[in-house]
Write a protein that binds this ligand. Structure first.
Ligand code: NAD
Ligand code: UDP
Ligand code: UDP
Length: 349
C-alpha cells in the first residue's frame, strides 16, 4: 500500500487537473464532514474528480478509512480524525455537513442506546452548531444533509417539503428525527440571523456500494442475508413502504443543490415506492430466487409509508433520479459480494 500511495502521489503531482477551455471553474476548498462514510465517500470521489481540494473531517464512528484509501497521497485530499462536537478551525469555501451516526442499529438496538442516542443528538445539535459557526467565521456556504425522517410517520403521502411532519418527540427514533429537525432549525437561524448561505437536503433511503454491511438498514440487511444464505428478516407484516435511491443520484442532487441558488429544503429521493416484501422479491430476483423470508416483530414508531414528492427539486435544481432499484441493486450486490467473501470466493458464493 505504501508503494501504491507513492505512485498515486507521484501521478497526481505529474498530472494537474485539466479543465476544458470554456468550462473554467475556480477549484474550491471543500469540507466534507462524515466524508469517510457511505454517502460522504462517494461525494468526495466526485469533488476530487471535478478538481476541487477536499478536506474530510470524520471520527470514524460509522465510517471507514477504506472508503477513502484511493485518495491517500493526493495533494488535493486531506483526512482529519476529529469529532465535530468539538470546535475546529479550517479555511474553506463550502461545507457539506454529513457527519452523523446514521445507522439504525446505533440508536435502536444498541445495548447502551441511551448513550448512543445522546451521542447522536449531540452530533446533530452541537456538531451542526460548530459547522455553522465555522461557516460564519470564514463566509463558507453550508449544506446540511437532513432526512426524510423529519416527516416522522407521515400523514401526507407522498411527502412534499411543505409538510411539517408527524414525529413522536419521546420515542426510540426521536434522537435522530428531532436531532435533524433541530439541525434544520439551527441552519435556518444562522441563515436568517447571521446571513450564512445555506442549503438543506432531506434525503430519502439511499443504498449502494460501501454501505455498512451490518448497520441494520433494510437494503444492506437483505442483501447481506441473501448472500450469506440466511433468511431475509422482514419486520412486521412487510407492507410498510420506502422509496430507495441509488447513491450516485443522491450525490448529483447534493452537488446541484450546493451550486444552485435555492436554500430549500429539497427532498432528494427516488419516488419508486416498494413494500418491504416487494424489496425482498427484488433481492431474490437479483441474488437468489430461493432466498427465504423470516418475519420478525417490528420496531417501535416505524413509519408506515414514505415516498418523496420531488417536484421542487425537478423544477428548481433540474434534478431527478435516473437509477431504478432493479438497475442499482446489482451494483451494490457485487460490492457486498466482494467484501463478504473476498475476491477469490466470488464465484463460490
Ligand atoms: P454513514 O454512517 O455511512 O456516514 C456518516 C459519517 O459521519 C461516518 O463516516 C461517521 O464516522 C461520521 N460521524 C458520525 N459522527 C461524527 C462526529 N461526531 N464527528 C465526525 N464524524 C462523525 O451514513 P450515510 O448513510 O453516509 O449518511 C450521511 C448523511 O446522510 C447523514 O447525515 C445521514 O443522516 C444522512 N442521510 C442518509 C440517508 C441514507 O439512507 N443513507 C438517509 C437520510 C439521511
Ligand atoms: N466554531 C468552530 N469553528 C470556527 C468557528 C466557530 O468550531 O471556525 C464553533 C464555536 O466554537 C462555537 C460554534 O461554532 O461553539 C458557534 O460559533 P458562533 O461564532 O456562531 O457562536 P459563539 O461562539 O458566539 O457562541
Ligand atoms: N426492515 C425490515 N427488515 C430489516 C431491517 C429493516 O423489514 O432487516 C424495515 C424497517 O422496519 C422499516 C424499513 O425496513 O420499515 C426501513 O428500515 P431502515 O432502518 O432501513 O430505514 P428507515 O426506517 O430509517 O427508513
Amino acid at each position: 500500500p505504501v508503494a501504491l500511495n507513492r505512485r498515486v502521489l507521484y501521478e497526481s503531482q505529474q498530472k494537474p487537473v485539466r479543465i476544458p477551455t470554456g468550462l473554467k471553474r475556480k477549484s474550491s476548498r471543500i469540507l466534507v464532514t462524515g466524508g469517510a462514510g457511505f454517502v460522504g465517500s462517494h461525494l468526495v470521489d466526485r469533488l476530487i474528480a471535478r478538481g476541487d481540494n477536499v478536506i474530510v473531517v470524520d471520527n470514524f464512528f460509522t465510517g471507514r478509512k477504506e472508503n477513502l484509501l484511493h485518495h491517500f497521497g493526493n495533494p488535493r485530499f486531506e483526512l482529519i480524525r476529529h469529532d465535530v462536537v468539538e470546535p475546529i478551525l479550517l479555511e474553506v469555501d463550502q461545507i457539506y455537513h454529513l457527519a452523523c451516526p446514521a445507522s439504525p442499529v446505533h440508536y435502536k438496538f444498541n445495548p447502551v442506546k441511551t448513550i448512543i442516542s445522546f451521542l447522536l443528538y449531540k452530533t446533530n445539535v452541537v456538531g451542526t452548531l460548530n459547522m455553522l459557526g465555522l461557516a460564519k467565521r470564514v463566509g463558507a456556504r453550508f449544506l446540511l444533509t437532513s432526512t426524510s425522517e423529519v416527516y416522522g410517520d407521515p400523514l401526507q403521502h407522498p411527502q412534499a417539503e411543505s409538510y411539517w411532519g408527524n414525529v413522536n418527540p419521546i420515542g426510540v427514533r426521536s434522537c435522530y428525527d428531532e436531532g435533524k429537525r433541530t439541525a434544520e432549525t439551527l441552519t435556518m437561524d444562522y441563515h436568517r440571523g447571521a446571513g450564512i448561505e445555506v442549503r438543506i437536503a432531506r434525503i430519502f433511503n439511499t443504498y449502494g456500494p460501501r454501505m455498512c454491511i451490518d448497520d441494520g438498514r433494510v437494503v444492506s440487511n437483505f442483501v447481506a442475508q441473501a448472500l450469506r444464505k440466511e433468511p431475509m428478516t422482514v419486520y412486521g407484516d412487510g407492507k410498510q413502504t420506502r422509496s430507495f435511491q441509488y447513491v450516485s443520484d443522491l450525490v448529483e442532487g447534493l452537488m446541484r443543490l450546493m451550486e444552485g441558488e435555492h436554500v430549500g429544503p429539497f427532498n432528494l429521493g427516488n419516488p419508486g415506492e416498494f413494500t418491504m416484501l416487494q424489496l425482498a422479491e427484488v433481492v431474490q430476483e437479483t441474488i437468489d430466487p430461493k432466498a427465504k423470508i423470516e418475519f420478525r416483530p417490528n420496531t417501535e414508531d416505524d413509519p408506515h409509508m414514505r415516498k418523496p414528492d420531488i417536484t421542487r427539486a425537478k423544477e428548481l435544481l433540474g434534478w431527478e433520479p435516473t437509477v431504478s432499484l432493479r438497475k442499482g441493486l446489482p451494483l451494490m450486490v457485487s460490492d457486498f459480494r466482494q467484501r463478504i467473501f473476498g475476491d477469490t470466493a466470488t464465484s463460490a458464493s
